[in-house]
Write a protein that binds this ligand. Structure first.
Ligand SMILES: [Zn+2]
Length: 397
């Protein structure tokens, strides 16, 4: 078994995490991830890793680094998004990356600049060691995962090849091989305005929306609850936003409901929409004044559907991940079963790359007002990523 500890230090992985966190890269920053990509690019150059940019959106570029073996083994991709969510109402300094109580604190520490640091330091440690690999490592620092996943979309459209991928989202020493697909759906209900003193002359879109919501709760939600996938949990929906009308004294002539719908194998984008359409059609038959339109919300994705992830449990990348975590934590790692949507689904469906999600940090801290990452996690994950490479890319002396 290889021991990478001699080839990197804790300080290195801590400093890399801090440096990345200190460069804000959320959607309100001009050119967002540009400076983070440049930092990673220079870090690779300075440490002798082969690296290039990939054009995505003007000055916003993916950054791709390589560590090549002798060409007789499998290629492993490490994938990490360089953007973060904005600081919003954080109660700590978002971009100072202070160390306290064994954690680095700040926006993006765990989601997911810390994981990127563990990946890059693992690559570097392997490079510095005398070990050789049969396979190759490709690191992809990608854009926009918190928005439309334009970075990983560009990556898979470029035709990049790998035999397995790790998306390093924080996973608290667990790993995920499945998660639900994600659709955002808007239902626009149309009514007819009238003065509030003569409401019978109008058609109240808010009242009609209430009917539809009740119908969805009575008919669709119980059906979804009956569908279950052992790696994802049940099929679900959430009413996330509603608005409508203009003011109290006017019959509301419109109402809009926005729904987050998470679906599982056995369902599809088409079947998801059909189920809402059936209920709308049913209400139209019962009530000639009911008028609603189903809209696929475009801001959730760019061009590739956000399908579910389901990587076969016996795939070599899954086995290598499970074995690597076990060796570091000395027990069988748990599978995370109900996590949110990730770029892993794009890699697996559109890149044909079997993908596993595992990374340092805890998703419970992601996007929070006091985001942090444990330094122990960062170091342990350099080991875990190194051991995944050891098995998957076949390291030898
Ligand atoms: Zn993330």
């Amino acid at each position: 078994m290889i021991d990478l500890k001699k080839f990197y230090t804790e300080e290195e992985v801590v400093k890399l995490t801090q440096d990345l966190v200190r460069i804000p890269s959320h959607k309100d920053v001009e050119n967002r991830e540009k400076e983070v990509a440049e930092y990673i690019y220079n870090f690779c150059i300075n440490n002798g890793l082969e690296v290039e940019y990939q054009e995505v959106d003007g000055p916003r570029k993916n950054v791709i680094a390589y560590l090549k073996g002798n060409g007789t083994g499998k290629t492993l991709m490490f994938n990490g998004h360089m953007d973060t969510v904005p600081p919003y109402n954080m109660v700590i300094e978002p971009f100072s990356a202070e160390i306290k109580d064994g954690y680095i604190w700040g926006r993006g520490t765990s989601d997911m600049k810390g994981p990127i640091a563990s990946m890059l330091i693992a690559m570097l440690a392997i490079k510095r060691s005398k070990f050789k690999m049969k396979g190759n490592i490709v690191f992809a620092g990608v854009l926009g995962e918190e928005e439309q996943s334009d970075g990983t979309e560009a990556l898979v459209k470029s035709g990049i090849k790998a035999d397995g991928a790790i998306v390093g989202e924080p996973s608290n020493y667990e790993y995920a091989i499945g998660h639900r697909g994600l659709e955002w759906i808007e239902i626009k209900i149309r009514g007819k305005a009238a003065h509030g003193g003569v409401p019978h002359l109008g058609i109240n879109a808010i009242s009609k929306a209430a009917k539809l919501i009740t119908r969805i709760e009575e008919r669709l939600i119980p059906k979804l609850g009956g569908r279950y996938n052992e790696y994802m949990g049940p099929s679900i929906l959430n009413f996330g936003r509603i608005e409508g009308g203009s003011q109290p004294s006017t019959v509301a002539d419109w109402c809009s409901i926005q729904i987050d719908r998470r679906y599982i194998p056995g369902e599809s984008v088409e079947s998801v929409f059909n189920e809402f359409q059936e209920l709308i059609d049913e209400l139209k038959l019962e009530d000639s004044q009911f008028d609603a339109e189903l809209i696929r919300m475009e801001n959730n994705f760019l061009t590739l559907d956000h399908l579910y992830l389901m990587t076969p449990p016996e795939d070599p990348i899954v086995l290598a991940t499970k074995n690597a975590i076990r060796k570091v934590i000395n027990r069988e790692p748990e599978i995370t079963r109900r996590r949110g949507w990730t770029d892993a689904a794009l890699l697996s469906h559109f890149g044909n790359i079997p993908t596993v999600i595992t990374g340092p940090g805890d998703i419970a801290y992601s996007h929070t007002k006091d985001e942090r990452i444990s330094i122990k996690h960062l170091v342990d994950y350099v080991e875990i990523y190194g051991k995944i490479v050891e098995e998957f890319c076949e390291i030898y002396l």
